[in-house]
Design a protein around this ligand. Structure first.
Ligand code: MGD
Ligand code: SF4
Length: 749
């Protein structure tokens, strides 16, 4: 049955034919995008103007300079030499960020859904009409159900502007996938141990480390800039790299030790490592005694968790477990067992991070050079505005008492709260979506579709006609990060610093910045007091002046450093230090977890195994793409057009699969990938698993580069294991098999 919100094609009404504005069209196939961009940028560089920005292509937020020629045409974006996020060099994605600006498929005008007997389409609208419609719907929903039932899903730059709008309107029913689909479980596990989130960027002192342990965190493919640069330096300095991954990843290829672990068994390896470190007395006795709580309980807990025990679970040779534990200890405290980033794998992910956090504590790496530094941050004062109204309920109530450690909205639970009858009185009725492509980023498509079908109104703010826009009632086109002001970046680092993003040129087409869209809506809702300025540059200038800077200064410098806070980066020998946990100590044994009914120390739980003929689906990143946001970027698309599915040669032989053969993947619930994907036969993946890069398989034909190319991992993730501590969606318990003949022949896909 077709539903009102079935995915529809965006109407072609008036949308085609606008060529890339400034003649910087598609770079020839096979050329190096970075070289070409630099050549373009170098031409006539005497007349170039530069404007500070920070990158939006991923969330490392590297600061850089956007260069334009004398006609205002954007030529290149390069790193800011002073910036500790990038050390003057953007990654390929950041360099190709101008492809977001030049993408001919960009959203260009506001669009409003039009119902029709043949199916729905979209028509172009003026900003006036589109904003009036959204504001009137917001008023209607607030009157009928209360503002709390209007939920915000957000991610990235636009998020903060719509968060302000929704808070002023009376709703804190909001969430972003960076929590429950990404690093939430990690941050909760870290907090239970050290009292604070690991955060972003993670305070890993890779620059000075002697040993870096990557357990499912594939730095190098997940191109977090300064981490990659520091890791490369560390390798040159002879640091030991240990990589635990069922796949011979790029990081594994640079490692002294590769532990090709059986997927879903990492907790057993961590516990065995802890066992060795304690049993062989390799731990930092002074540190453990001074700063930790629960050592004796931990010792007892891991007594039987020998490398031999772990071997039966992980398939890792016990001697290799011992050797790597000793290598870490030899480097301690300059050792980093990396906390990872995308951590929502198996549903016991906060506990896996606890294992990682505990191991670091035994080595004394937190607060020591070459381990983890105490992060420094600089907070700007908030621009004056009235207090937000107190919502009657919000994201927390939608959890209905579950997930007690969730400290921010849980996307999947807001989706559930949008399906009638699921959360009683806490019923979400409408969505505001900004900067997140939910159909590609949230697993369990069935629930997502049920929710999309049930809600009364959906407004999407995006730069591109991504899959989510196809469900919207109103689409509002935001300009790209190169064409707008946004909030000041004030992320954590070794030295407190801030960075400015400002427009390098006028927005193309009829696109507008998020701050402008939010302000326009706020004013239509009568929330004038929350928008006491004409232009967002006034907000930034006011904030900067409170801390002794100004917009003019930041326009010239791009980035500014402030003196270190009272807390130094590292502990002094024998220094007293209070960690922000309830006990003031690093909690090897967590009474908080225990009091909430969770294991106070991490345990190994066996996870479901694939049925015969099925292989565990694991997914990850490529250095030239970020999730789905770069899929259509002309420059980055040229660098990597499609994903492929990695298959071990033994499996390929068994099933008669050949290199580059197109296959469809079918999961344990009978869901078949919409599009086929090429087979890559490689020893670099274990026989029991297959691997693919996330972000492909876009279904909107308006994305002319990305449409129908590669397979979507998300659509095959129909089963999720929720982390009971915080609601994260463990996504790696799905299994696939191969289909060689087109299963969609009759459907003509
Ligand atoms: P994207 O798919 O890149 O990631 O989830 P999302 O943030 O949803 O979608 C970003 C959307 O923002 C796109 O529609 C893009 O066009 C839009 N956009 C980009 N720039 C702007 C802008 O300046 N303004 C506006 N308004 N919109 C913009 C990421 C999430 O996905 C995360 S953080 C992780 S770690 C998870 N990874 C992951 C995975 O690896 N596999 C699977 N299956 N699911 C995953 N989900 C999670
Ligand atoms: Fe941009 Fe690359 Fe930095 Fe991410 S790591 S913010 S994509 S330059």
């Amino acid at each position: 049955m077709k539903t009102r919100r079935d995915f529809i094609k965006i109407s072609t009404l008036g949308l085609g034919g606008i060529a890339a504005a400034a003649g910087l069209s598609r770079i020839a196939m096979g050329s190096s995008v970075v070289d070409d961009l630099l050549k373009l940028g170098a031409a006539g560089s005497d007349n170039l103007k530069r404007y500070p920005t920070y990158c939006e292509v991923c969330f490392w937020k590297c600061a850089g300079w956007t260069y334009t020629d004398d006609k205002g045409k954007i030529l290149k974006v390069i790193g800011n030499d002073e910036d500790p996020h990038c050390y003057g060099r953007l990654c390929p994605r950041g360099t190709g960020g101008i492809g977001m600006y030049y993408d001919e498929d960009r959203l260009k005008k506001p669009l409003i859904r039009v119902k029709g007997a043949e199916g729905d389409t979209y028509r172009e609208a003026s900003w006036e009409e589109a904003l009036d419609l959204v504001a009137s719907k917001m008023k209607e929903i607030a009157e009928k159900y209360g503002p709390e039932s209007f939920a915000l899903f957000k991610h990235g730059g636009p998020g903060v502007h719509f968060e302000h709008l929704m808070s002023a309107y009376g709703s804190d029913t909001s969430a972003e996938p960076a929590f429950a689909q990404c690093r939430g479980p990690r941050d909760i596990g870290w907090k239970a141990t050290y009292g604070a989130w690991a955060g972003s960027p993670e305070p890993t002192d890779i620059r000075d480390t002697k040993c870096l342990v990557l357990i499912g965190s594939h730095i190098g493919e997940n191109m977090h800039n300064s981490q990659v640069q520091e890791m490369s330096d560390a390798i040159d300095r002879g640091a030991t790299i240990i990589t635990v991954d069922p796949r011979f990843s790029t990081a594994a290829s640079k490692s002294k030790y590769w532990l090709p672990i059986k997927p879903a068994t990492d907790n057993a390896l961590l516990l065995a490592w802890i066992h060795v470190v304690i049993n062989e007395e390799l731990y930092n006795k002074k540190y453990v005694e001074k700063y930790t709580l629960g050592f004796e309980a931990l010792k007892k807990h891991v007594e039987a968790m020998t490398p031999e025990w772990a071997y039966g679970i992980t398939t890792i040779d016990p001697e290799l477990i011992r050797t790597t534990a000793r290598a870490m200890a030899a480097a301690a405290p300059a050792v980093i067992v990396h906390p990872g980033r995308h951590a929502s794998w198996y549903g016991d992910d906060a506990q896996r991070t606890r294992g990682i956090a505990i191991l670091n504590a035994l080595f004394g790496s937190v607060g020591n050079r070459g381990g983890f530094y105490f992060k420094q941050e600089f907070k700007l004062p908030k621009f004056p505005a009235p207090a937000y109204p107190e919502p009657k309920w919000g994201w927390k109530e939608t959890l209905q008492g579950k997930f007690p450690l969730a400290s921010t909205g849980v996307t999947n639970e807001l989706i559930r709260a949008s399906i009638p009858g699921q959360t009683g009185e806490y019923q979400v009725k409408a969505w505001f979506v900004a900067g997140t492509n939910l159909p590609i980023s949230i697993p369990d498509k069935k629930s997502l579709h049920e929710a999309l079908h049930a809600i009364e109104f959906l407004v999407v703010v995006d730069t591109m006609p991504m899959d989510i826009t196809g469900y919207a009632d109103v689409i509002l086109p935001e300009c790209t990060y190169l064409e707008r002001y946004d909030q000041i970046r004030s992320s954590t680092s070794r030295i407190p610093n801030i960075a400015l993003r400002m427009p390098a040129t006028e927005p193309l087409y009829e696109t507008k910045p998020a701050w402008w869209i939010a302000k326009q809506l706020g004013e239509r809702l009568g929330l004038h007091d929350f928008y006491n300025y004409n232009d967002f540059s006034e907000v930034l200038d006011w904030q900067l002046k409170q801390v002794g800077s100004s917009l003019d200064e930041m326009k010239n410098a791009g980035i500014k450093f402030f003196p270190e806070k009272a807390t130094a980066l590292y502990l002094e020998p024998d220094q007293d230090y209070t960690f922000p946990t309830a006990s003031g100590k690093i909690e090897l044994y967590s009474s908080e977890l225990e009091s909430l009914g969770f294991d106070p120390m991490p345990v190994y739980t066996a996870h479901e195994e694939p049925a015969e003929g099925f292989y565990r689906l694991i997914y990850g990143r490529a250095p030239m793409h970020t999730f789905s946001r770069t899929a259509n970027n002309p420059y980055l698309h040229d660098l990597m057009k499609e994903n492929n599915v990695w298959v071990n040669p033994k499996v390929a032989d068994l099933l008669g699969l050949k290199k580059d053969q197109m296959v469809w993947l079918k999961n344990q619930d009978g869901v078949i990938s919409t599009y086929p994907v090429k087979v890559r036969v490689t020893e670099r993946i274990r026989w029991d698993s297959v691997y693919m890069v996330h972000g492909y398989g876009q279904t909107n034909p308006k994305l002319r580069n990305a449409y129908g190319i590669g397979a979507s991992d998300t659509e095959l993730i129909t089963k999720v294991k929720l982390d009971p501590t915080m609601g994260g969606t463990g996504m790696r318990g799905n299994f696939v098999t191969f289909i060689k003949e087109n299963p969609w022949k009759e459907a003509n896909i």
